[in-house]
Design a protein. Structure first.
Length: 255
């Protein structure tokens, strides 16, 4: 079931989204060579606490997970696509890092992700990240009343495939509101003109995940959470929480 949000409720969701944006900006600022992933999780925790927000990630346990998620961010490095658990790994020169973060504030959720490089960036990593961001922008542009979920999926997938990248099957965006994960699902690839029609008041988390090797295959670590490219190539992840409005898409997790 999809709950349509009022303009006032969307404003309240924007407050949660702003906290997420601040947390991601703080994490990115702190991400230097030698800093651990646990340190970055601590930075995000501080931002959430100071804003009076809680984390929808911490303690989250979907059906596939053997244990609850133990952190407030997902920190995925190099060949990790999504859901990386922050640990004592210390960032190295040239690492590609994806950080996914959520916040719960005033009964509403926000969810966003960024990818960036640490130290000296490899040109191929910059291109991968820029393409993930372009795919996200294309998906957001398609998030208008009268379009369908398939139009968002098609827009995202077209950008990723045109660049020669892989798109892990079965993972994508989702509805969001009072809970982090709500209906409908938002695939990262598919035919246009299919799926649920978009209406004002719907709020979606749109999140392309691209793999540099061009294949869609992935593996899961023994922790039951971290997804990695099967060929060892690098991955990038970009995400925003977006409201469908009569005036066009409104990005609720923009800085």
């Amino acid at each position: 079931m999809v709950e349509l949000k009022t303009d006032t409720q969307i404003d309240e969701m924007r407050a949660a989204g702003r906290v997420v944006a601040h947390a991601l900006a703080a994490v990115r600022e702190a991400a230097h060579v030698g800093v651990s992933l646990l340190d970055l999780d601590g930075v995000a925790r501080t931002v959430l606490e100071e804003a009076g927000a809680t984390s929808p990630f911490l303690g989250y346990r979907p059906r596939f997970a053997p244990v609850p998620f133990p952190a407030v961010v997902c920190a995925s490095v190099n060949d990790a696509i999504v859901h990386g658990i922050p640990d004592r790994y210390r960032l190295r020169d040239g690492d590609l890092v994806s950080i996914d973060c959520g916040a719960q504030l005033g009964g509403w959720a926000g969810d966003s992700a960024i990818s960036f490089t640490v130290g000296r960036a490899r040109p191929e990593d910059v291109r991968l990240i820029e393409t993930a961001e372009a795919a996200l922008a294309a998906g957001i542009a398609a998030a208008v009343p009268g379009n369908r979920i398939g139009d968002i999926a098609h827009a995202v997938g077209t950008v990723g495939r045109a660049a020669g990248y892989g798109i892990p099957d079965g993972f994508g965006g989702h509805g969001i509101g009072r809970r982090m994960h709500e209906d409908p699902g938002v695939p990262n690839e598919g035919p246009p003109g299919r799926g649920m029609k978009l209406r004002p008041g719907m709020v979606l988390a749109i999140e392309p995940m691209l793999t540099a090797g061009g294949t869609d295959d992935y593996t899961c670590d023994g922790d039951g959470w971290t997804l990695r490219t099967a060929d060892g190539s690098r991955a990038a992840h970009a995400e925003h929480t977006v409201a469908i409005t009569a005036d066009g898409p409104r990005i609720l997790t923009a800085p």
